[in-house]
Design a protein around this ligand. Structure first.
Ligand SMILES: Nc1ncnc2c1ncn2[C@@H]1O[C@H](COP(=O)(O)OP(=O)(O)OP(=O)(O)O)[C@@H](O)[C@H]1O
Length: 705
């Protein structure tokens, strides 16, 4: 049976012999104290290292200093972060064979404490093993059905920084019943205040499979709200950085999220896992080559995000390529060399046919022309070497001829022209976009210059595509793409070209797609990303939303994402769900009252409302003396209420959610399906309780409360 022991406060079950310095709990506390002392010693060793003797020069010394500072920082003993959270006792010490008498070394070889980082004692023997090490894996995956040679799995419970409880599972004991983990439950139910935290102590087997899957493959995770997609993506980065540190340090990793408030919310997770240098960005910031000042209509944005635009841009980039009409004459000393037009044309055709970036071809053309000149020199009995070829390639007539045939392209100006000049667009989009579609994407007023143009977010993605057509975008080692369902095909391409030689973790939920171009199918999205071979996994066990609340929100699923299964909730509490109808003139007061009620409880509170309602609610809250934050701003014990525009709610969570006027949320979107999806997102942000306050009729898909 899985039993929980603890010294205080009241546990699900407790044991006398567990407490006291000589009891099992006391021994674990002693191991914690010894491990923390060992960590402090490791840090002191790092601080005492004198690099003056080992660094050959100033640059080396600076690099070494930087690495050492990072190590010292990583070795900090954070008082309220448990140094270890689990223990595994193996039947057979990993890596050792059992001897004839059944022994295989001392207890130490069998026992492993699992924590956020590796800690060793003065002799170099491990005190705590990194959760990402292979020997830690059974902590997450072993089960009674597959004990993976584990005799005992022990989970530790902490109060503040103090170890106060443990819970045992004897996985290889056939007589022990499986009762689930009270500590896991406690962790899941713990109130949320502050930024997102890591889940390293309680990663579930199906999540661990994703976290530890190899760096070579791309994985796509479809998961209902609160199934841990974001958590899994971030832990996967930490895992990959551990397992492939050198390779990924060279190539880099990147986390892409929907907006800055979301990034703010998740930014502490990787540092808490010891990974301080992972870049996090939004798709918009990834392609911020032009200042975005304009907005598109939904129809224009959808077209600009359509994958057909890639073909339009490909043609646009090559539109200026011209076949020569005259021969080229190069004068060297007293001799003149003539390359006929048909031969130059051949060179251009060859470059066009090759899968080469436009810019690379532009650089290659003068060399090819020079080579043609050299062939003539050799035929005439000269013996020119590479330097002559270089000189010819750099000569004025050759450069001029190459430029005329293969003119330089400025990607920003190219897109500006494409969106401003109907004739140019018509030429590039012929047979790809209809006349009406072309009209739709043309700017209402042709731009006069790059700076004054009213670039939109979708235009910036086009610029990024054009840039890549001219010069290849460097690939990172691994990219995590969160809330992927909202990306357009062109945005998928933009992310995909940042991991062409690397891999990706794509996280999303088709039911939460709220853009006009939202993903309809993962295989299609993955092909735009350039990873059609990616594996699609589904997560359905929800850790955030209580049963009653998820059941209420799931009423929308048949309309917004037919075919998707509702999430189950692993939370014990059914959750509080209140749906309150008031008269229109009472709406604001009722919202304030709901916020006050929520503030009486423990944890964070999100008041979610349609974007157009935000100014009025800001005034109402201020008039009522309720201090509130903007999304992403860190909640604290004193500032627990956040006013969340529905457009920014995605990915966030609050212990209590007060949802203002659902009909306004739905109405604020261009179509009913998007509106209901927005509502689904808002309804699934609550960890403990949800109060819906409305004056207008609720959308009929929600039915009666
Ligand atoms: N194994 C776990 N143990 C404890 N808590 C977990 C676990 N997995 C997820 N959680 C918690 O559940 C909540 C939801 O996780 P997360 O935000 O990653 O879900 P999501 O699938 O990305 O949700 P959404 O679709 O709404 O963005 C978080 O508070 C997270 O810490």
């Amino acid at each position: 049976m899985s039993t929980t022991h603890q010294s205080s406060p009241t546990p699900p079950s407790s044991s006398e012999e567990a407490s006291g310095p000589d009891g099992p709990l006391g021994r674990e506390q002693a191991h914690l104290a010894a491990s923390r002392a060992a960590l402090r010693a490791m840090r002191a060793d790092a601080e005492a290292l004198d690099i003056a003797d080992v660094a050959a020069n100033w640059v080396n010394a600076e690099v070494l200093r930087g690495q050492l500072d990072a190590r010292i920082e990583a070795l900090a003993d954070l008082a309220d972060t448990p140094l270890f959270f689990g223990r595994l006792d193996y039947l057979t010490a990993p890596g050792l064979e059992r001897t004839a008498d059944g022994t295989d070394g001392g207890e130490d070889e069998h026992r492993f404490y699992i924590g956020r980082r590796h800690v060793h004692d003065a002799q170099g023997d491990p005190m705590v093993i990194d959760w990402r090490a292979p020997v830690s894996q059974p902590f997450y995956r072993a089960s009674r059905a597959d004990p993976q040679d584990v005799a005992l799995r022990r989970r530790f419970g902490y109060t503040g920084g103090a170890l106060t409880a443990y819970e045992d599972e004897h996985l290889s004991d056939p007589d022990e019943a499986d009762t689930g983990s009270a500590l896991l439950q406690r962790e899941i139910e713990r109130p949320r205040v502050g930024p997102m935290r890591d889940i390293v102590a309680t990663i579930q087997p199906e999540q661990d499979e994703i976290v530890r899957s190899g760096v070579g493959g791309t994985i796509c995770v479809q998961g209902a709200p609160g199934t841990g997609k974001t958590a899994v993506g971030l832990h996967r980065v930490a895992y990959l950085l551990y397992a492939h540190r050198e390779r990924l340090a060279r190539t880099g990793t990147l986390v892409v999220g929907p907006n800055r408030s979301f990034l703010h919310y998740i930014e502490q997770v990787l540092p808490a896992l010891g990974e301080l240098h992972v870049k996090q960005t939004t798709v918009d910031d990834l392609v911020a080559h032009v200042p975005v000042k304009g907005t598109d209509t939904a129809a224009a944005a959808r077209l600009k995000g359509d994958a057909r635009m890639a073909e339009v841009l490909r043609r646009a980039v090559r539109d200026g390529v011209r076949m020569p009409t005259e021969p080229l004459v190069v004068v060297r000393g007293s001799r003149r060399w003539r390359v006929p037009a048909y031969e130059l044309e051949e060179l251009v055709r060859e470059l066009t046919a090759r899968d080469m970036r436009y810019g690379a071809a532009a650089e290659a053309l003068p060399q090819r022309i020079a080579h043609a000149v050299l062939v003539r020199m050799e035929a005439a009995g000269e013996a020119p070497d590479d330097r002559v070829q270089d000189a010819v390639a750099r000569s004025q007539p050759v450069k001029a001829a190459a430029k005329a045939m293969w003119p330089p392209v400025d990607p920003v100006k190219l897109v500006l022209r494409l969106l401003s000049e109907p004739e140019f667009l018509a030429r590039c989009a012929d047979g790809v976009l209809t006349d009406d579609e072309q009209k739709e994407i043309l700017w209402a007023k042709p731009a006069r210059g790059v700076k004054s143009a009213l670039w939109t977010a979708a235009d910036a993605v086009l610029v990024d595509e054009a840039m890549d057509l001219v010069h290849r975008t460097p690939s990172l080692g691994h990219v995590v793409l969160d809330e992927a369902q909202d990306l357009s095909p062109m945005q998928y391409r933009a992310v995909g070209r940042r991991c062409t030689t690397g891999s990706a973790t794509v996280l999303g939920d088709l039911a939460q797609g709220t853009t006009p171009w939202a993903t309809a199918s993962w295989p299609e999205a993955l092909s735009h990303l350039g990873k059609p071979e990616a594996r699609v996994e589904e997560l359905t066990r929800g850790f955030r939303v209580p049963r009653q609340v998820i059941a209420y929100a799931s009423r929308l699923l048949p309309t917004i994402a037919p075919g998707l299964a509702p999430a189950t909730s692993v939370r014990e509490s059914a959750g509080d769900l209140v749906v309150r109808r008031v008269a229109p003139e009472e709406l604001d007061d009722a919202v304030v009252a709901a916020c006050r009620r929520a503030l009486e409880r423990e944890g964070s509170i999100g008041l979610i409302a349609a974007d157009p309602r935000i100014p009025e609610l800001t005034r109402t809250l201020s008039a009522a003396g309720l201090a509130h934050l903007a999304p992403g701003a860190e909640t604290s014990a004193d500032a627990r209420l956040t006013l969340v525009p529905a457009s920014l709610a995605k990915g966030l969570e609050y212990d209590y959610v007060v949802l203002d006027e659902p009909a306004a949320l739905v109405d604020a979107e261009p179509d009913a399906r998007t509106g209901l999806r927005r509502l689904y997102v808002a309804l699934t942000r609550a960890v403990t309780g949800l109060e819906v306050v409305h004056a207008a009729e609720l959308p009929e898909e929600l039915g009666a409360a």
